[in-house]
Design a protein around this ligand. Sequence first.
Ligand code: ADP
Length: 207
Amino acid sequence: MTFVVGLTGGIGSGKSAVAELFVQRGAALVDTDAIAHQLTGPHGDAIAPLRDAFGDAFITHDGALDRARMRAHAFAEPTARARLEALLHPLIRTRAREAVDRSAAPYVVLAVPLLIESGDWNTRCDRVLVVDCPVELQRERVRARSALPEQEIDRIIAAQASREARLAVADDVIDNAGARMALAPQVDVLHARYMKLAEREKPASAL
Ligand code: ADP
C-alpha cells in the first residue's frame, strides 16, 4: 500500500506552492483539481455523462464543460450542484485511486481542496496535512492571482470549511502566513517524517 498524505487548505492558502516543494523532494503528486479539469476538459471522460445529465447547452464547441455556465447554474440551483458532484466525484475518486496505485514514489501527496468538506477522502489518507494562513491573506493571494470578483472569492471561502475545522482534523500543519521562503524548511521536516512513516508501512515482501 502506498503511503498517502492528504494535502488540503482553503483557496489561496498555498497548497500548490507546498505541493511543488514535496515533488522537488521526490514525492509523487496526485492532484484532484487537475483530475477534475482533465475529466471536464475537451473530450474528457465526464463530458458524455455531463451532456446526458445537463444537455448540450453546458458543453462548449470544443467538447469541454462550459465552466462559467455550469458555475452560474449550480449557484442558482442547489440541486444542480448536487447532481454535478454526484456525477463527478466518483470519477475523480477512481482516477485518483488509480494514480496513487500506479505511483512508484516513496509516498504520494494527494491534493484535495475539499478534503475536510467531502467526507470520505480522509479514509484514503494515512495523514492529513493542512496548509494554514489567515483568511485575509487567502483573499489577498487569490485577488493577486486571478480576476475573480470579490463577491465570488467571499462565496468560495464561505462555502469551504472554516480554518478552525481544518486545523481540528490536521495531523500536520504548514504555516503559510509568512514569506514563501518559510515553506521549504517546514516541508523538509515533514518530508523526513513521511519518508520514515512510509518505510514503516511497507509490507514485508517489499523490503
Ligand atoms: P492554493 O493552491 O491553496 O489555492 P497557491 O499555492 O496557488 O494556493 O497560492 C495562492 C497564491 O498565493 C499563488 O499566486 C501563490 O504564488 C501565492 N503564494 C503562496 N504562498 C505565498 C507566500 N507565502 N507569500 C506570498 N505569496 C504566496
